[in-house]
Ligand binder design. Structure first.
Ligand SMILES: Cc1cc2nc3c(=O)[nH]c(=O)nc-3n(C[C@H](O)[C@H](O)[C@H](O)COP(=O)(O)O)c2cc1C
Length: 398
C-alpha cells in the first residue's frame, strides 16, 4: 500500500470497488480470490481449521468473492490425496463454519468443482506437480488409477489413465450433478466448474488428449459434449439466483491444441446453458499446471478475457500476474474483464483488496475495514502526523 497524491479522500469510486451482480448475487467489489489448492484438507478430504483461517484472511482483507480451491467431485478425481472433496455429507457439513464466517464479513464464497482426470493422483506443487515418484511413494503418498478420455498419459512418466467408457461418461454427468447439489446444500454463493489446466474436462475439450471416436470425442462439438452436459446438469441443481462460473484454459499453448477460436465457441455454448461468468486461464494440457506452455508476462491472460467478453458477450474474470491496483483498474476501465482475480499476490498480501482501495484513492480513513481494525487505524492517523503516512510509511526519522 502506498500513500499517493490522493490523500484528500474519496473522489469517484474506482471501478474495482463498484459492485458486480450476476443473477441474485451482488459482490461488494470486483476482487476475486481464485481457486488455489493448498493440500491442507482435514481428515476425509473435509474442510477444517486451515481453510477457515486461510480463506477467512481474504474475507477480512476485503475481497468481494473468494473461491474455495479445486474440490473433487469424486474420490478418484482428487488431484492429490490432500485436496478437498464434496462427494459426501461429512464434506458438505465441514464447509458450513467457513461459509458462515464469510457471510458475516460480507464476502461471497464460491467453490470450484473439479475432477483431476488423468492428472489425478499426482504430486503436490511443492514436490513438482508431476507424477508421483519412488520418493513420494516411500514417504507414504497414496496412488490410485486415474481415468481420462483415452488411455494416454499426460506425458512420459505419468500414470496411464483408464479410458472412460461411453456409459461412464454419461454417469460422470451425474457425479458432477451430485457434487453441485452438495455445494448448494452447503450454502455456497456460487459454483465454478473447472474445465482448465489439463484436468478431466479440459482433457475432453482438447484434441491433444481427446482421441475418442464415440459421441464424446471427434470434432469440437463431440469434445465439448461432456463438459456441456455437465454444465447443464450442474445448472439444473442450482437455484436460479446462484451464478455459475466456468474456468477455461483459453489456449493449450501447444501446436494443434485448443485455441482462442475454440474458446469463443465454447463460451457461447456455455452462455446458452446458463453460465454467467467465464474465468479465463490457460495451459496445463501436457504437463504440470505450472508448466510454461503459454509465455508469461504482466497480465498475459487479459487478452483472453477480453476476447471472450467481446465475442461471446459474457462476463469474464481476468487472472494471471495482475500485481498492482492501477493495472487491475485499467483492465476494467478498458472493458477487458468484469472481475479481477489475484492469486499469488494475495498469498503475499491477504489484505491486498483493502490496500488497493487505498491506492486508488478511496478508503483513506480505513472506512471499509472491519471496525475492529479500521477504528484503530483511523485514530492512529493523527498520532502519525508529521513523521509517517496513514499506512505507517515513515517519512521523518528524527
Ligand atoms: C498455490 C496455487 C494453487 C492453485 N490451485 C488452483 C486450483 O485449485 N484451481 C485452479 O483453477 N487454479 C489454481 N491455481 C491457479 C490460480 O487460480 C491462478 O489462476 C494463477 O495463480 C494465476 O494467477 P496469479 O498470477 O495471480 O497467481 C493455483 C495457483 C496457485 C499459486
Amino acid at each position: 500500500m502506498s500513500d499517493g497524491p490522493n490523500d484528500g479522500g474519496e473522489t469517484t469510486r474506482p471501478r474495482l470497488f463498484q459492485p458486480f451482480s450476476a443473477r441474485g448475487l451482488t459482490l461488494k467489489n470486483r476482487l476475486v480470490l481464485p481457486p488455489m489448492v493448498h493440500y491442507r484438507c482435514a481428515p476425509g478430504n473435509t474442510c477444517g481449521d486451515f481453510h477457515l483461517v486461510h480463506l477467512g484472511r481474504y474475507a477480512l482483507g476485503g475481497f468481494g468473492l473468494v473461491f474455495v480451491e479445486a474440490t473433487a467431485v469424486e474420490e478418484i478425481g482428487l488431484i492429490n490425496e490432500h485436496d478437498l472433496g464434496i462427494w459426501n455429507d461429512a464434506q458438505v457439513e465441514s464447509f458450513r463454519p467457513l461459509i458462515a464466517f464469510m457471510r458475516r464479513q460480507d464476502t461471497a464464497i464460491g467453490i470450484q468443482l473439479a475432477h483431476g482426470g488423468r492428472k489425478a493422483s499426482s504430486q503436490t506443487a511443492m514436490r513438482g506437480m508431476g507424477p508421483l515418484n519412488e520418493d513420494d511413494l516411500k514417504a507414504g503418498a497414496r496412488i490410485w488409477q486415474p481415468v481420462g478420455p483415452a488411455a494416454e498419459p499426460v506425458a512420459k512418466g505419468w500414470l496411464t489413465p483408464r479410458q472412460l467408457t461411453t456409459a461412464e461418461c454419461r454417469a460422470m454427468v451425474g457425479t458432477w450433478a451430485h457434487a453441485a447439489r452438495n455445494a448448494v446444500k452447503a450454502g455456497f454463493d456460487a459454483i465454478e466448474i473447472h474445465t482448465a489446466h489439463g484436468y478431466l474436462l479440459a482433457s475432453f475439450l482438447s484434441p491433444v488428449s481427446n482421441t475418442r471416436n464415440d459421441e464424446y470425442g471427434g470434432d469440437r462439438a463431440g469434445r465439448m459434449r461432456l463438459p456441456l452436459e455437465i454444465v447443464e446438469a450442474v445448472r439444473r441443481e442450482m437455484p436460479a439466483s446462484m451464478p455459475l462460473f466456468v474456468r477455461v484454459s483459453s489456449v493449450d499453448g501447444t501446436k494443434e491444441g485448443w485455441n482462442m477460436d475454440d474458446t469463443v465457441v465454447y463460451a457461447r455454448e456455455l452462455k446458452a446453458r446458463g453460465v454467467d461468468v467465464i474465468d479465463c486461464s490457460s495451459g496445463g494440457i501436457s504437463g504440470a499446471a505450472t508448466a510454461m506452455q503459454v509465455p508469461r508476462s504482466l497480465g498475459f491472460q487479459v487478452p483472453f478475457a477480453e476476447r471472450v467478453r467481446k465475442e461471446a458477450d459474457i462476463a469474464t474474470v481476468a487472472v494471471g500476474i495482475i500485481l498492482e491496483a492501477e493495472q487491475a483498474e485499467d483492465i476494467l476501465r478498458r472493458g477487458q474483464a468484469d472481475l479481477i482475480a489475484i492469486g499469488r499476490q494475495s498469498q503475499f498480501n491477504p489484505n491486498i483488496a483493502q490496500h488497493w482501495a487505498h491506492d486508488l484513492g478511496i478508503n483513506r480513513r480505513f472506512e471499509d475495514w472491519s471496525p475492529e481494525f479500521g477504528w484503530w487505524l483511523e485514530k492512529r492517523i493523527r498520532t502519525l502526523d508529521g513523521f509517517a503516512t496513514p499506512t505507517g510509511v515513515v517519512t521523518k526519522r528524527v
